[in-house]
Structures are given as C-alpha cells and as structure tokens.
Design a protein around this ligand. Sequence first.
Ligand code: 2IP
Ligand code: CA
Ligand code: CA
Length: 374
Amino acid sequence: MAALLKVLLRVAEKAANVARVCRQEAPLFELLVQEKTGDDKNKKFVQDFKTLADVVIQEMIRHYVGAEFPEMGGFIQGEESNKFENGLGESVVVTVCASETETAALLEAVLDGDFTAAALLAKAIHQDPAAVDTNTGDLSIPHSPSELGIWIDPIDATSQYIEGREMVLEEGHLSPSGLHCALVLIGVYLRSTGEPIMGVINQPFNYKDPSGRWQGKHFWGVSCEGVRACSVSLPESPAGGTGLRAVLSSSEKPAVKKALASLCGPDNVTYASGAGYKILCVILGLADLYVLSEGSTFKWDSCAPHALLRALGGGIVDYTESLGTPEPRGAQLTYHQPRTQNKGADCWANQGGLVAYLDCKALGTAIEALNLKP
Ligand code: 2IP
Ligand code: CA
Ligand code: CA
C-alpha cells in the first residue's frame, strides 16, 4: 500500500493548491463563505463557516483516491457534505467531473453564474500539482485497500484560513495563530480495528517565497504491524518528567488550564488555534502534550496526525478514559465506529476529549496531575 501514500501526498498537494488559489483570488474567496446550519454545525462556534473551498477540496480528494483505489470508494469520508446551497437557495451536489470544462459548468451553478470564479476553481482542481516529493523509501504495508478507510479534513482551522493573518514562522517555535494553522489532513485507518495506520498533513501556507507566493510543507507517517516510518524525525530530547510544555485550546476549562500550569509552569502552557496544528506541534516536538477535555474535535481532525504520532512512538488517547485507568496508553482513539446515540457530525466526535503525546512518560505525568485537579 505504499502506492496509496504516494497518491495521498499528491492529492494533498492538489488540495493545498486549491486552498491557496481561493485565498489568492480575493473575489473568489469572498464568494466562498457560507454559514453552517442544522446538526452538522460544530457547536463550538457561534458562527461556523462552511466554505466552498472545503467542500471542493474534500470532493477532489475523494474523487482522485476513489479513482485509483475503487475498493475504498464507500470508505472515504470527511467533514463536509457535498451538498452546497447557492445564493438562490438551490441545492447543488458538488462533484469533480471528467473534464475541467464540465467541472467549471457545475461550479458555475454553485457560484450563482460567476463564470470567472468557477473557471479559476476548476483549473486548480484539474491542474497537476507542482512536483511533490513522494519519496517515501522502501515501505511494504501489509494491507489491501479493501481493508482501509479514510478520514479527510479538507481544511482544518477554517477560522484562521478565513481570517488570513500572515506570520513568518521561526524554526523550532510554536506560533499560536495565523494562516499556517490551516492544514489539509488525510488519515487512513484499518476498518477492522479502527487503528490509524497512515497519515498525510499538508500545510499550504508555510512560507512566502521571494516572489510573494505562498509555499507549503508536508508531513507523513506510517505505523502498522512493525512498519514504522515518518517524514519527521524524533525530536532530539523527548521531554521526560520535568520541563513539559503543553498546548491547549484557548477555550479549555479553567481547572485543566490550572492543573497543567502547575505541572509545566505557566510559561510552558501555550494556547494555539486548530486541533490539527496543535497535534502537529506535538509531532514536531514544539510541545510535549496537547490536552483537550471536551468533545469538540472529530475523527477527521485527529486521524492523520494520530498516525504520525504512532509512527514516532506516541499516540492520542481519550482524555476521559485515560483519567480513569492505570494504563492511559491503552485508551487510544479509534476511527471506525460512529456513536450512534449522537446526531449528525457528533456521531464522529472524539467525545471524551483527547491527549496527544510523543513520549509515554509525559502522558503518564500529565494524567497523574490531571487526576488530582478538583
Ligand atoms: C476545528 C478547528 C478549531 C478547533 C476545533 C476543530 O476544525 O481545528 O480550531 O478549535 O476543535 O474542530 P480550537 O482551535 O479551539 O482547538 P475546523 O476548522 O475544521 O472546523
Ligand atoms: Ca477540523
Ligand atoms: Ca475543516
């Protein structure tokens, strides 16, 4: 299944291109923002946004991966629904067509007849991505496509993507908010056990080249049955019992913030945007832990980065479960079963919250401290 990884790297780069085009063409971007309603609303935000960019990117990934691996067809899921309502109240099902012209015609209907915008978007969808490094070394993955499923978050940290604040990233430093927090996440799991075994993260807005164009960066990891490989190398000194750094959502509960501030020291607790970006910070060794005590993330947020953490010897556990067990490492999140008692997007919520870690000693120390909080 090394071929699947190469396809995912290429399609994630295509996705990043679409994300960049949508921001670069200002009139296009303005057209794209639509409010979410109903059960699919992420309850965390008073106003959440569903962008056409999100829907288009997800459908594009589904289309190209499904074309290469037809056995996966019914098991490629994501955050968005492909039904899009245009300004005239008409519902259009967004799909990628066989040709650029046909896709442009379909998107024109979504975009209330704006041909320029539709043509720009269709061009980005059908364009071959710039040469992307798909050199993943010698990998032999002992699974066939019919055993696997995929979770896609076409754009994580949409609010940062829409706000569009440009930051110059400093090597080795966590940068709490800005365009760089927006990530394309594609995770692969085993249908039988729900284990995340392969992940690709593409950061479309990593730096601006001298000509002022945004350039991206990508990361990947594989972890299954003795095969462990990752594009990121393990940080030099994984933190043990002391000197831990935690990254949290700014909306985290005061008791959790307090417990971690006394464990790590107040200066070692940082608040950053984007569930995916926070897990990426743990993968890159910019933080030791990402703790989230609520069910505000979903399978598509954590599947891809979870696979990278596993490839490096870490993981993501269910926060609530890990507090109640002497073996927190055993409470790993899985990706194959919906919570049927929930509705809409909440069926796929990481309901008990999560803790992402690279080093299991750090996990153990944090759980001990969190268990003591009032
Ligand atoms: C969101 C996004 C938010 C995050 C939330 C995710 O996904 O990553 O930033 O909240 O949990 O579901 P926070 O930044 O407070 O961690 P999306 O942008 O795809 O809706
Ligand atoms: Ca998300
Ligand atoms: Ca998203």
